[in-house]
Ligand binder design. Structure first.
Ligand code: DX5
Ligand code: ZN
Length: 219
């Protein structure tokens, strides 16, 4: 299974966003992680479709769009049209999770489901066969720069066991508080897609991406 790095541009310097994205692409990061926040599902507000559309052609990376918004089914089609390759919705934010995941796939994007730190892995069971990826939040969604919640490791292991049980080939993405110092234990627990915002964009994005990719490639 390929180990994938998904730099979260929430932490990027928006005065040179395109340049920083290209730096991560040159150093091998396969995804760009795009954090959409509506100020309702999470207490912060970030960016949306116009920003996504404006940066889509800056790089060839896969756009991994993380919708931290209430009732995301309303915007799935617009995000796919704006350039989303993968659309992740929160189990806690959908009144009809199955319909939302099916809508994502009907629009031509890959579907992923995410759970917050306080949501048990067991709640994913009815949906794992519908998704291409599961996102385990290792921080409470809404802000970059938080500390990794250690109990997330057990949730990653539980998720890997659940996917194996149903013979799913879905990826496991982990998001929040991941640095070169703790990424190995996240991979060891069973994740293969790593989101990193502060670890990449605080300081030299090219150097940080290179260092993180060295660990992922060596795993
Ligand atoms: C938080 C977002 C994360 C965050 C990661 O709600 O979903 O993607 O931007 O940022 P770091 O890597 O700084 O924790
Ligand atoms: Zn995210």
């Amino acid at each position: 299974m390929e180990m994938i790095l998904a730099p979260s541009i929430l932490a990027a310097d928006f005065t040179k966003l395109g340049e920083q994205m290209k730096e991560t692409e040159r150093e091998g990061a396969q995804y760009i992680h795009f954090d959409v926040m509506d100020g309702k599902f999470v207490p912060s507000i970030s960016f949306g479709m116009p920003v996504l559309a404006s940066i889509r052609n800056a790089v060839d990376q896969i756009f991994d769009v993380h919708l931290m918004i209430e009732e995301p089914i309303r915007y799935v089609e617009e995000f796919q049209k704006a350039g989303a390759d993968i659309i992740t919705v929160h189990l806690e934010a959908c009144s009809d999770v199955k319909a939302t995941l099916e809508k994502i796939k009907a629009c031509g994007a890959k579907a992923a489901i995410s759970i917050c730190p306080d949501t048990p892995v067991a709640e994913l069971e009815p949906y794992v066969e519908l998704v291409d990826m599961v996102l385990i939040m290792s921080v409470h969604p809404g802000f970059g720069g938080q500390s990794f919640i250690p109990s997330s490791l057990e949730k990653i292991r539980e998720t890997r066991a659940l996917l194996d049980r149903v013979n799913s080939t879905a990826d496991i993405e982990v998001d929040g508080g991941i640095y070169t110092t703790n990424v190995r234990e996240v991979l060891e627990a069973g994740a293969n897609v790593i989101v990193a915002g502060s670890a990449i964009f605080r300081g030299d994005a090219a150097e940080n991406t290179k260092n993180m990719m060295e660990i992922l490639r060596a795993y």
